[in-house]
Each structure stands twice: as C-alpha cells, then as structure tokens.
Design a protein around this ligand. Sequence first.
Ligand code: SF4
Ligand code: SF4
Length: 310
Amino acid sequence: MRMHSSVYKTTQLIKSEAGRLGFDFCGISKAEFLVEQAPLLEKWLRENKNGEMKYMENYFDKRLDPRLLLEGAKSVVSLLYNYFPAQAQTPNVPKISKYAYGKDYHEVIKEKLNEFLFSLKEKIGDFSGRAFVDSAPVMDKVWAEKSGLGWIGKNSNLINKERGSFFFIAELIIDVELVYDGPLKDYCGTCTRCIDACPTQAIVTPYVVDGSKCISYLTIELKDNIPTEFKNKMDNWAFGCDVCQDVCPWNSFSAPHQEQQFNNQNGLLNFTEQEWTEISEETFGAIFKNSAVKRTKYKGLKRNLEFLKK
Ligand code: SF4
Ligand code: SF4
C-alpha cells in the first residue's frame, strides 16, 4: 500500500514538473517490448518506405525495446511541446515548415529535458534516466499514443484531441516505476482530408506515408537531386511540408505556443520572393545559424529553391 502511494506521488510529481517546464501534455507507459510494432517496422523497412533514411534500419532492436537503451528501464514518460506559431510567412513565397521558424527545437527541448531530470533527482533521489527528442532509436509517436496523448492519424502524425498535432514529442526513459496511462481511441473516423490534400500523394493508404514521396523527406533528408516526377508538385515548400497537418480538422484546436525561443527573430517570415531567390551562403549562415533549417546546408536549400522555379 505504501509502495503504491509513493508510485502514485512520484507520478503526480513528474506530471506537475512537466507542466512547470512548459510541456503541454505528459503521459506515461511501461517500458516494454513494442510487440505490435515489430512486424510493422519490419514491413515498412522491407518495402523501402524509409527512402534514404538508412538510419531507420539501425537500432532495430533498440527501437522496439527501451530497456536496451537504458538498463533496468521501467517507464517511458512522453511529453508534448507546442510549436504552433502565432506568426505566418508572407504569402506566395517559398515555404518553411512551422516547426523551423525559431531556434532549433533539439536544443530548446534537450535543455528542458536535462533540467527535468535534474529537478526530479533533487526531489525523489537518484535514479537512472535518458532524455530523447526526435531521436532515431525511439518510436516517439508510438510511445505517445500508448500513453494516451493522442492517436496516430491517417497522416501518420500524433493528434491530440484537445490541441491537434503541432507538437514536438520528447521522452524520458527512466528506471522508476510509475502509474501508467492507457491509449486513446482513433478519432480520424471517415475523414480523408490529409490524403486528398497531399501534393505528392505520399499518403499511399490511410496511416501509411511513403517517406520517399513526402515533401518533408525530399526537401530535408534526400541528398541527391529531387526526382523530376515531383516537378510542379512541391506546393512551394522549400523546407518540410505542413499540408497534411494544416488541413486536419483537429488542428482547428491549435493555440499559439508560449515559447519565446520558437519565435522567429531574423525577419525570415517577411522574406520576399526575391530575397529567397537571391539568398547567399552568407545570409543563409547568418539567418539559420540556430535553426533546424541548417540541416539542409546552403546547398540543400538552394537545390530546393531552384527546383521550385517554374
Ligand atoms: S508532409 Fe506533405 S508531402 Fe508529406 S505526407 Fe504530409 S502532405 Fe504529403
Ligand atoms: S486530416 Fe482527417 S484523416 Fe487525416 S489525420 Fe486529420 S482527422 Fe485523420
């Protein structure tokens, strides 16, 4: 009984700390082998849906079992951090995905997760834990779904019933036993808006995105030239793509984030068509120094911008 009440208290503490650090939602699952995911992941890799994302093939076992990432792991704490911006880009210019408007989320969220672990250790004593944000070995959407934070929609994004899908997902894997949350049901129903709106028909069947056709992959991950079959289909996206999220009815519940570091600081949102076309390596370096956009490097962004030209 005493054991149970301390598990309950620690769980409450973790959830309130998550809120204090600015995470919008927190759900917890038992750290165990993802038995239902194993055949799905295998099939997805076999059919080459990962395109050039070969890192997906590494860590196959680790991706399915958090106990291989942290010895003695007992709980996966999933966290959502809102990035829906109040600001928008100038219309009719090359578009950047909303998640990349401000400072690189990896840095912002990693710092918060480290603070999270530190403050928990102060409050509950020492334990082992690892923090992850958008990290290849962790199937973040699957854990978030298992923990009741939403469901994975037909566009393959995690959708939260109260606030939609414009969230970063992060996890703490810890060797502390907690009270576990259960999954939610899927609320996509008969809707097919994301499938109908996808500019490259990358959602090949409901819930399955062919990564090698997705604009997000083509503009960020792909290292070669963008295949000519996608000419005039890019919907003016220069980095990432938000279409299947923008059209999702659950995103009518999105509310602007409160994270100052995600606000755009460098005039990027007011860039004109001409400024985009003429962007120099120097401007790129200055503007995207702290941004997730630097991932494409100047060469990659230039390739994308060139490809958009008629
Ligand atoms: S991100 Fe864009 S290209 Fe990729 S599946 Fe969604 S709508 Fe299609
Ligand atoms: S647009 Fe419709 S089908 Fe697609 S994820 Fe949203 S609710 Fe589901």
